[in-house]
Design a protein around this ligand. Structure first.
Ligand SMILES: O=C(O)C(=O)C[C@]1(C(=O)O)C=C[C@@H](O)C=C1
Length: 103
């Protein structure tokens, strides 16, 4: 048996989770679009013999995202870790594309 307080809490939890699900969908779609672009960057880099990683570009991105995170109330260290996580995967893709081009 649930009392009215518990029923209200369950309803609120359901509403919050529905919004979280919407935002998770946005994150996945956003990441998918980002990876489509970085695949094009990977092909361009392989074709023109450019190195997969660009540390100076990454430093600019980290600075920009840390600033945005601070403004938005997000932990800047988390924003930096998140970018590094994505960029590591992008570099792995770039290296794969480079290997395929060399075949
Ligand atoms: O901009 C580039 O040169 C990329 O390869 C893209 C990207 C990124 O995912 O944003 C990935 C690797 C680089 O080290 C820097 C940035």
């Amino acid at each position: 048996m649930t009392n009215p307080d518990q029923a209200l809490a369950q309803f609120q939890l359901g509403q919050l989770r529905a919004s979280i699900d919407n935002l998770d969908s946005i994150l996945i779609h956003t990441l998918a679009e980002r990876f489509k672009l970085t695949q094009q960057v990977g092909k361009l880099k392989a074709l023109h013999n450019m190195p997969p990683a660009d540390k100076s570009r990454e430093a600019q991105q980290i600075e920009r995202l840390r600033h945005l995170a601070k403004e938005s109330g997000l932990d800047p260290a988390f924003a930096e870790k998140f970018l590094n996580f994505i960029v590591a995967e992008v570099i792995r893709h770039h290296e794969q594309i480079r290997g395929q081009e060399a075949e």
